[in-house]
Design a protein around this ligand. Sequence first.
Ligand code: NI
Length: 156
Amino acid sequence: MAKLNIVKEGDPILRKKSRPITVVDERIRQLAADMLETMRAANGCGLAAVQVGKLRRIVVVEVEENKPFIMINPEIIRREGRQQETEGCLSLPGKWGVTDRPMTVTVRASGLDGKEYTVTGSGLTARAFCHEIDHLDGILFTDNAVRMLDPEEVEG
Ligand code: NI
């Protein structure tokens, strides 16, 4: 595994649309492993491939320790409820904002075995799913934040 560099805000790649993955091969499995390592090293709970410079539709999300979701070509197929909570992004260090997200979402994706699965998550997990999948279409959380927080608010 290898820790990769995280692309920061201002790099135009973050605004590009990622391409679907047609075959889950060794290169994709390696990318997923590297993304997990990179996300964990940065203390993040989600990472999209575009954030390590690869325009492919794959995200990793890990809200609960050692229970990562690897999502290839993920799609939100159901949204329920609403939440407004604080969000940040490894590509936008030091920025925090309140976003308007569904409380619960169901995602359909493929795993590293190439098989399709669905998963439903609520709260932080739902926010992370939405946030990472937005990255695949060049959307950043600041685009639809209800409001951004001042640094003093974040530090409490
Ligand atoms: Ni992000």
